[in-house]
Write a protein that binds this ligand. Structure first.
Ligand SMILES: *Cc1c(COP(=O)(O)O)cnc(C)c1O
Ligand SMILES: *[C@@H]1O[C@H](CO)[C@@H](O)[C@H](O)[C@H]1NC(C)=O
Ligand SMILES: *[C@@H]1O[C@H](CO)[C@@H](O)[C@H](O)[C@H]1NC(C)=O
Ligand SMILES: *[C@@H]1O[C@H](CO)[C@@H](O)[C@H](O)[C@H]1NC(C)=O
Length: 747
């Protein structure tokens, strides 16, 4: 057995490093060594990482040319740890020949097998291990290594690797003799890397080995620091007695609980991580799925969801379920306006972008011993998107996760209603409430806050209530990705260069989409102005213009854009919290006042701060239809009414010096009657389905939404329940459904 216990061989290996690396690396290494000592002297940083990692190995994995060997040596010196290079220290010694000679000798299959066996023989602790490019293709040896190590994936963009390998004389790459192109080989091995890594370092073009080593240490530190990324309520108030401070919540708790117990919303205690310019640039050529993986694994601690698991969820969510392989493409409309098309998901609205992913996250987070019922209030689009999203869970997850959707019986379009009802599945129901959306939303909040009722459900049925509304952190987070992705697409299509600003214009209801754009900026996307577009229900416009959030004398007016017919914009609280320097007491005061007095006013300083980034305006019904008509006539493009609201507001902006990305939040076919009216198409007396076919025959952009057409065509009359505008009636529906879903099954 090769036994590398901590630093037994340090001296020997150090000598070896210095004799085999090029001079330039050596000087780097020496400089780093002195830095490491300086750190050790100041008693901070690298020493603390030493104690964090303990006896675990730091294992560097990545394609040939990623710099594993060099980076491994640098880290070994910094931490005063043994460095084991699988190629040099194990394979060559075992085989008494170089790996490339061995590969020539025995061929791919046997090479992998023997390589794996040699690694299985390795027993090391507290070391830095640089894997070979092909180690990850041998399962047993990787399991062996992972038992006592943290696998760090040095993820280098393919183009960089290929150019590096050209300048290095590519020594040995398994499969190279098969005739496959280097690119294909690297793509293939990448699948293995994705299977094993614990944490990833996204290596920027031109980053020095020294920089990469620092990033590896940061990544390891984050990985080990499992308590570092926690959540608190926007209404948290620091108690005078610090011992009484409520413990922070982990990601999974925030996801499961939805709403904080004090009525506030969960927010991360630290700001979201900022990507470096080089990391963003690496993402310019990446797919939507790759972008989502990189961004979301930065925001979700691996102790909450391991990065590889998260990656699988993302692949499932944004795979075949979307009608466009780009998932969320950007289209140039005219002038400085671009349309971010967020409607290619299965239910035709942007809600799919988060709700195809969120259920997988949710099912992963919930404890196995409980059943969960998701309560949703919907103004139209959420309901079908939630029902659809949760219906894609695995069979076993569906047996313990169900959805109840409440929608305003007369507050959604007939198409939306048909869609919500038609989206009911084995684990999901829709219930019409004889009131408006705000009632539904408030009623749900009351149900969550009713500990007698929730306690009863837990004791009686082993069932816990949760929310999938746009206040849920796991719904908000996936939305950050499309804002970033849209920007990257504008760069990759050559409309802007990386770093130049854009505006975003968003038809806003509960402020989730908008807040996700704010978070995208926090992570490094240079958004200049956030343009908040409303319809006649313009409480947000008034608030952003005056700082006065006033619901007195405001009645909800039904409009052509029902999904933004909203009075209480819940995610606004998260943004105000940020603006007010995380003042939980202020949030508690403001939103309690809104509850009791139906209005609040924020102070002038805060209004000014809000207006630095935000612009708001609203559009009348007539203007909305006119925009649909004129856009169709001039650009051959049909806007849905929500997108039209945003377009009208974007048109009014005076400063058009930078591109504006308009969020197109729904496919127009969900709102066919409004479109027919806008385009003055007279045949109003038709079924929803024939309206869709009629609109489809205009050959306009965007193309018809096939999944919606299919569903309308086949939709039988499904049953649904209707209930009175009374919280107790909603509760008894919930209980009845729990009895049906979970009790019968377990008996
Ligand atoms: C939900 C929805 C909105 C509002 O989004 P928020 O994130 O709540 O502001 C806008 N348009 C459509 C079509 C929607 O479904
Ligand atoms: C494993 O280690 C033992 C003892 O050192 C040695 O005899 C054996 O050949 C090694 N096996 C491999 C596959 O390297
Ligand atoms: C939550 O319930 C408590 C009492 O149980 C009550 O004082 C509080 O006002 C409720 N909050 C909301 C938002 O309903
Ligand atoms: C619509 O069609 C139905 C039957 O197809 C008919 O009974 C009804 O009168 C029509 N309504 C209008 C406004 O044309």
């Amino acid at each position: 057995m090769l036994n590398f216990t901590r630093c037994q061989h340090l001296k020997q290996i150090t000598q070896k490093c210095f004799s085999s690396v090029p001079v330039i690396v050596r000087t780097h290494t020496q400089r780093l060594l002195s830095r490491a000592f300086a750190y050790a002297g100041s008693g901070k940083s690298w020493r603390s990482i030493h104690s964090l990692v303990g006896d675990k190995n730091i294992i560097l994995m990545g394609p040939p040319g990623a710099g594993k060997t060099t980076v491994g040596r640098i880290i070994g010196h910094k931490l005063g740890r043994c460095v084991i290079d699988v190629d040099d220290d194990i394979l060559e010694k075992t085989w008494k020949m170089s790996a490339s000679e061995k590969l020539q000798d025995v061929g791919n299959e046997q090479f992998l097998e023997e390589e794996g066996k040699a690694v299985l023989n390795l027993s090391a602790s507290g070391s830095v291990i640089s894997l070979s490019g092909s180690n990850p293709m041998h399962d047993a040896s990787m399991w062996h290594l992972k038992k006592n190590g943290i696998v760090v994936y040095l993820d280098v963009p393919l183009v960089d690797i290929i150019s590096r390998l050209k300048s290095l004389k590519a020594g040995r790459i398994v499969g190279q003799n098969s005739g496959a192109s280097l690119r294909d080989l690297l793509r293939h091995t990448r699948l293995y890397y994705k299977k094993w890594y614990d944490t990833r370092v996204f290596c920027e073009s031109g980053a020095s080995a020294e920089e990469v080593a620092d990033r590896v240490l940061d990544a390891v530190k984050r990985y080990q620091d499992v308590d570092s990324e926690t959540f608190i309520s926007t209404r948290h108030v620091c108690p005078k007695d610090l011992d009484k401070k409520p413990p922070p919540k982990y990601f999974s708790e925030a996801v499961i609980e939805g709403l904080a117990s004090d009525g506030g919303l969960f927010v991360p205690e630290k700001e979201l991580p900022k990507l470096s310019c080089g990391e963003w640039k690496n993402l310019i050529g990446a797919t939507y799925i790759e972008r989502a993986q990189i961004l979301l694994e930065r925001c979700i601690h691996p102790a909450d969801i391991p990065a590889t698991k998260l990656g699988e969820m993302i692949e499932t969510a944004y795979g075949d379920n979307f009608a466009c392989s780009k998932i969320a493409p950007v289209r140039h409309l005219s002038g400085n306006q671009f349309i971010l098309e967020l409607f290619y998901g299965p239910t035709g609205s942007f809600k799919d972008l988060s709700l195809q992913l969120m259920p997988h996250i949710f099912a992963y987070c919930i404890p196995p011993s409980c059943n969960y019922v998701i309560l949703v209030a919907t103004a139209g689009d959420t309901g079908s998107a939630v029902l659809n999203g949760f219906s894609h869970l695995s069979k076993s997850d569906k047996q313990r996760t169900a959805v109840v959707t409440f929608f305003p019986e007369n507050g959604v379009s007939s198409f939306q209603k048909a869609q919500i009802i038609g989206s009911q599945r084995e684990n999901g129901w829709a219930i019409g409430v004889r009131s408006d959306f705000d009632f539904c939303q408030t009623a749900i909040k009351k149900i969550f806050n009713d500990s007698d009722f929730t306690g009863f459900l837990t004791v009686e049925y082993g069932t816990v209530l949760s929310s999938a509304n746009s206040i849920n952190w796991a719904r908000l987070l996936p939305q950050v990705v499309y804002h970033a992705s849209a920007y990257l697409d504008l760069v990759s299509q050559g409309f802007i260069s990386f770093g130049s600003p854009v505006d975003v214009c968003i038809p806003t209801g509960n402020f989730g989409n908008m807040l996700a754009a704010v978070y995208a900026k926090m992570m490094g996307i240079p958004i200049r102005k956030f343009i908040c577009a409303s319809n006649q229900n313009h409480v947000l416009t008034d608030f952003i213009k005056t700082g006065h959030y006033d619901l007195r004398d405001r009645k909800l007016a039904p409009t052509f854009s029902p999904s933004i017919d909203i009075l209480k914009s819940s995610n606004l609280e998260r943004h105000l919290y940020l603006m007010a320097n995380k003042d939980g007491q202020l949030m508690a005061n403001l939103f309690n006042q809104l509850e009791s007095q139906l209005h609040f006013q924020i102070e002038k300083m805060l209004v000014q701060k809000l207006q630095e980034d935000f612009v708001a305006d609203w559009c009348s019904e007539g203007e909305c239809l006119a925009a649909i008509s004129s856009t169709y006539n001039t650009a051959g493009y049909i806007l849905d009414p929500h997108t039209a609201v945003a377009k009208v507001v974007a048109d009014r902006m005076k400063d058009k010096t930078c591109p504006v990305i308009i969020s197109s939040t729904a496919h127009y076919s969900k709102f066919a009657p409004a479109i027919l009216q806008a385009l003055k198409i007279k045949e109003l007396n038709q079924t929803s389905s024939s309206q869709l076919y009629l609109l489809g025959s205009y050959n306009a952009l965007p193309p018809p939404h096939e999944a919606l057409l299919e569903r309308m065509k086949h939709q039988g009359k499904m049953d649904y329940q209707v209930c009175a505008a009374d919280v107790n009636a909603l509760k008894s529906h919930v209980e009845k459904l729990i009895q049906n879903q979970f009790i019968r099954k377990s008996e």
